[in-house]
Design a protein around this ligand. Sequence first.
Ligand code: EPZ
Length: 431
Amino acid sequence: MEKFVVTGGRRLTGEVSVSGAKNAVVAILPATILAEDVCRIENIPNISDVTAMVKILKTMGAQVRVPNRTTLEIDTRHVRSFVVEHELTRQLRASYYLIGALIGRFSRARVAMPGGCYLGLRPIDQHIKGFEALGADVTMEENAMVHVEAPALMGNSVYLDVVSVGATINVMLAAVKAPGLTVIENAAKEPHIVDLANFLNTMGADVRGAGTDVIKIRGVKRLHGCEYSIIPDQIEAGTYMVAAAATRGDVLVKNVIPKHLESITAKLIEAGATVEEYDEAVRVKMDCRPGHCNIKTMPHPGFPTDMQPQFSTFLCLAKGTSIVSESVWDNRFRYAEQLQRMGANIHVNGKSAVIEGVETLKGAPIRADDLRAGAAMLIAAMSAKGVSEIEEIQHIERGYENVVEKLRALGAKIERRNFPDEDEDAQRTAG
Ligand code: EPZ
């Protein structure tokens, strides 16, 4: 097993380049199942969720070429099976996009239930509601497989009872080749929804309105191959912005779409940071203790839940009291316990946290409970006094490409260490 050993107290300075968006690529890779030719996709991040999704596609019969480090060429013409029993589906949430893509291609799908970060209950009732509205029969099998039969898929209106990224994407995938008009109302508006729509349209689909709460999809008979480049990762960018501010640093975060970062930028400015926007970069500077502020997570364009743990960690160092309300997930404050071990004064009550800022955090042994909690632990460790050891780093590597190298280039002192072996070795040497 590996852990990160972080010596805190160093300002982050310099430049960092953001990779392709995890939550876009994990929808776009399954969407290639709908194409009748090769899709060349650029700006692919090297993260373990992508590795898992590519492995699943390969086990289904897809041919995948890697012409360079950030590009994949995917040929799904030889995929014959509509069944995905692979254990890997349980490693990531996005494996449920295979359901929408497979029913779009084969009119049927049997896919093992997805996994992903534990953030409270993660129902898929809205996905099922959408598939059923298009004429599918959905059965949840006892062996945790979702079985969908859709011999005559047909466009229809789908009103989502909750704004769901996953359900919006899955209904888009299922509807894109269904005859007639599908209208998704109360759709999610996240940047990755727009990226998927752009990808599908590049393949010849007719998807309009993505980025608003009404998406209209007119089914087409065929989708061809295409060349496409994934958008930059909004949350990776936001994480480096907050890390810069939390360490009182000065960082130029490059290869971003500043519009996607507006809610994060606004809150950083409210807390006293300086944020300069350029065409494809933002520069974050902070040279004093942050001021307190409140945040409430909301679907896009509100403050993203996927930035909540990182921003709350930053607020642990603020002057005064901040209140953080989580309105998307029932259980996204598990990391607070780790921050308390570092001296943070954060108290969770249901879906909100009250944070009394302290002047400094102190290094401690901590754990990455999930992907964004892990990013928060990195920020806490880098801004703390002393050494922190972060375990369960595999969660962080699901969504942050080359995180150690990127942070080191900004001046962080961070090492990847095997344990228990190297620790025991160190103790033997010391003894
Ligand atoms: C996506 O998850 C992201 N994952 C999550 O990012 C992100 O936190 C979330 O959207 C919200 O932005 C991927 O894109 C792979 P939802 P998803 O469906 O699609 C309820 C990260 O750290 N709901 O928008 O699973 C649900 O319980 C990850 O990168 C239903 O009630 O989220 C939640 O309260 C973590 N029924 C709310 O909707 C449903 O059928 C939003 O969930 C579906 C969802």
